[in-house]
Design a protein around this ligand. Structure first.
Ligand code: SF4
Length: 338
């Protein structure tokens, strides 16, 4: 049920934890692992028995946890967003900026109790004063993340949970997270399945990402809700990464958003693409996005009447290049403007 008050301070998972519902949801999410149909890849491998699917990880591993200042202003606030970067991914984007952790296999490195290890990292970023706990790339590890939340909540965690995904999310998974996740932060990467297949190695992306965003919007309602400190406590922000030569089809996605979600939805038009990972092998992806092609997208959003768009500096590709060899602090320029 959407929260209608102007300000929200208690995350709804606290009530779910108190009633026992959170434990039931964790059990239902775990059932999706055997055989695994957690995400639209629908690999059907028994991950509880140690099999791996296309995401190449048995359980859940946090590759890095940090206070991140490069998210949307209402997510980062002044004290940072408590980002937990999960290892591996259910997307295999040739241009992935986090490829050092997302495209390496997590097989064989599992901690003995993954959920407790994740809970420790959640409490660690909370102790640093972060405004929220931000699950980055959680689509393939949701049951462990939810179980970790139950543990962390029992140990006092009361920060909002941000779900920061590539948009390739299973609809049943997203439904089971109703009231667990406070802030949905999905990408819609493509408006064409062929590009999604070619550049990210996945099938059926367009329908899956759109169905997920519709469900996320249904859960949190039409308007984002701030907390007393001005950061977001509940809501939806849809990220649209502009790729060179319109490969992401952002203008088409904007038209779909207008028709199905409405122009009141918060959107982040992202100019920060730069060629990383295996992008050099794709002739159209070997350069950053040009100012004119980015501005064409911004102007299209304005023409369609979007009321709440975050527009980046065209030089955004210079900022926030993660280096996971830096260990706990992958973003050297974390205080720079986005
Ligand atoms: S979460 Fe991983 S194993 Fe499960 S369906 Fe998705 S890609 Fe396959």
């Amino acid at each position: 049920m959407p929260v209608q008050s102007a300000i929200v301070n208690a995350p709804s998972y606290k009530a779910l934890a108190a009633s026992g519902e959170l434990a039931d949801r964790v059990a239902a999410l775990r059932a999706l692992l055997a055989p695994c149909r957690l995400c639209p890849a629908d690999c059907r491998r028994d991950r509880l028995a140690g099999r791996v699917g296309k995401c190449r990880v048995r359980g859940a591993i946090v590759a890095a946890a940090t206070a991140h200042f490069g998210e949307e202003p209402e997510v980062s606030g002044t004290r940072g967003s408590g980002t937990l970067f999960f290892r591996s991914c259910n997307l295999h984007c040739v241009y992935c900026q986090n490829h050092a952790i997302s495209q390496s296999s997590g097989v064989g490195r599992l901690p003995p109790d993954p959920a407790s290890a994740i809970a420790d990292r959640m409490l660690e970023v909370a102790a640093r004063g972060c405004h929220n706990v931000n699950w980055v790339t959680p689509s393939h590890v949701v049951p462990w993340a939810a179980e970790a939340l139950a543990i962390a909540a029992s140990r006092g965690l009361d920060l909002p949970i941000v779900y920061n995904s590539g948009g390739y999310d299973g609809i049943e998974t997203i439904r089971l997270l109703d009231g667990i996740v406070d802030v949905w932060l999905p990408d819609i990467r493509y408006s064409d399945d062929e590009e999604a297949r070619r550049l990210s190695g996945i099938e059926g992306y367009v329908a899956a990402s759109r169905a997920a965003v519709l469900e996320m919007s249904r859960q949190v309602g039409p308007r984002n809700v701030p907390g007393a400190d001005g950061t977001i406590r509940r809501g939806l922000i849809v990220r649209l990464l502009v790729l060179p030569s319109d490969l992401a089809g952002v203008r088409e996605t904007l038209s779909w958003l207008k028709s199905e979600v409405g122009t009141g939805v918060r959107i982040a038009l992202m100019a920060q693409y730069y060629p990383a990972h295996r992008a050099a092998a794709e002739p159209l992806l070997t350069r950053p996005v040009g100012v004119r092609e980015y501005m064409r997208v911004v102007e299209h959003a304005e023409r369609l009447g979007f009321e709440d768009a975050l527009v980046q500096e065209p030089a955004a590709s210079e900022f926030y290049r993660p280096d996971f060899d830096r260990g706990a602090e992958p973003f050297a320029d974390a205080s720079a403007p986005r």
